[in-house]
Ligand binder design. Sequence first.
Ligand SMILES: Cc1ncc(C[n+]2csc(CCOP(=O)(O)OP(=O)(O)O)c2C)c(N)n1
Length: 631
Amino acid sequence: MPESSNNLRKTFYLDKIKSPQDIKSFDIKMLKELCEEIRSVMIQTISKTGGHLASNLGVVELTVALHKVFDTPYDQFVWDVGHQCYPHKLLTGRASKFDTLRQEGGISGFPSPKESEHDSFIVGHSSTSISAANGLAKAKSLLKKGGTVVAIIGDGALTGGLAYEGLSNAGRSKDRLIVVLNDNGMSINRNVGFVARHLATLRARPRYVRAKMKFSNMLASIPVIGTPLRNKLLHVKTEIKKLMYSRSSFFEEMGFNYIGPLDGHDLEDLIHGLQAAKKLDRPVLLHVATIKGKGCDFAEKNPDVYHGVSNFDTDTGERTPEKESFSSVFSREICELAAQDERICAITAAMQVGTGLVEFNKLYPKRCFDVGIAESHAVTFSAGLAHNEAIPVFAVYSTFLQRSYDQILNDAAIAGEHIVLAIDRAGIVGEDGETHQGLFDAAFLNTIPNTTIYSPSCFEELRINLRQAIYDVSGVAAVRYPRGGELEGLEFYHPDYKDYTLFEQDNSEILLVTYGRIFANVYKAAARLREMGIPVSILKLTRIRPIDKECIELACKYKNIFFFEEGIRWGGIGESFGLMLMENGFSGAFKLKAIENFVPVCNVKTALKNVGLDTDSIVELVQANGVTERE
Ligand SMILES: Cc1ncc(C[n+]2csc(CCOP(=O)(O)OP(=O)(O)O)c2C)c(N)n1
């Protein structure tokens, strides 16, 4: 392999590691080499498969040190969010399969207990690690299982409220629990809020280096076993407290022994710090300063851009240009609307890039609010803005909006506050897998009175629906749209402000009802069925909640109705539609094809096929169930 600017190299040490036990005998020099090999493998693999580059490059030494000091699965690691688990996967028997990262049937981009006993807990959504670790540690104590639980949480994830619920409970437990705070000053973008500022102050203390040296020397003198250990540790605890800025650490106030900050790329310091934390018989918070993107020049320079990437050139970092997507269309439209109406504000929960708010933030910084990973706060904050006559547009991924159900219901819908939810990644998202699919938003919003939901099928319709959500309705108004671009085959469709469109076919007794991007598949299926001599009509819903009564009346004229929904079946729009049909005296057959389970890692096209929502499957279903004898 040619030497590149990012030191791509062949693996030697990594090849020897079949389980984390294999690194126990490695000395520091070997461990350092191993770290470089891990970096190299990650850069090469992610450049092809896509994935979380910068976050993983930042935790290489930390992960190696963790596995050097602890013994998984006896000890348990909980990686917060889990997007930074690649080095952990490489050290826990998955190096040979690493090139299948995020591919169908391959290894997941997040920890997965189904995949390995070394992945202790399911993650994907932020700020859960401390609560999970608290529970794991408590069960270990209760059932006398032994071992230490380590939660590894980023400073970004620490902006999520759940992390504080976890800290406040874990801090008063007496369990063997370590929280490693992986502090790189970044969420996806630069981190925000008070805690970020507090951590920056801790990181910048001039005493840092001196304290670090003193700390290492002191720890080196701790006997591993022996009678004086307890007394010595008590002494060490006091010393650590004195040395490690406990005065300024609110973690101490929450019941943790605070150690840090340590240099997160200095293996020796990390190993010593983790060993000390392991010896303390109570909750410890180890503050580790890391560099996001470490060891890869372009990722270090632009850690936000290389947080999550698709293909890129390993030498230059050049990425495959992004195509037009629902997110980019939203991005332009919201800027245009805000230019004409200064009441419009945009809110993001640490997802400025993903949700397309970068340009908005440049143009209207005073009206753009990054609230950190705080989706619940974002909704209640929006309700407050709305109450005093601003027009808040909260741009959020479908999967993360799940955090805000109570706030939407209690703080916005009951009072009728007009908040707009721009729900990106609604539907199947693909490679990020089960925890990131947007399958539930239509169903859970469907349960909330005073809520309107639009589900555009194409870019133009998104523009229209956004305007409708902002200006034409009151209460909670949601526009939900998928990841990426339109599906092929909609060139003929020119949307307008209608809530539904009927594509009627002469003599058809079959009606296909659908919404969102899969309208394209349904339309293609209908064309094919017609060619086969089976006339079918289509009812395309654009406003999916509330469903227009007229739609139901129109539908009742058909004998066989099929509803296709790219969302969870239970409580979804299809179920409501079916119920409304019954209430309206419909006596024909109704069949609902929606998603019935969690959807694993898979590209969108294959996933749609697997759940029966691609064109072929739609044709087959109608053929098998829809052709009734004509009278
Ligand atoms: C509830 C929730 N909201 C948003 C996200 C998207 N997300 C994934 S990683 C990340 C940033 C995490 O930053 P940090 O914890 O500091 O980790 P780093 O990548 O900087 O190492 C965000 C916002 C998420 N996973 N979960």
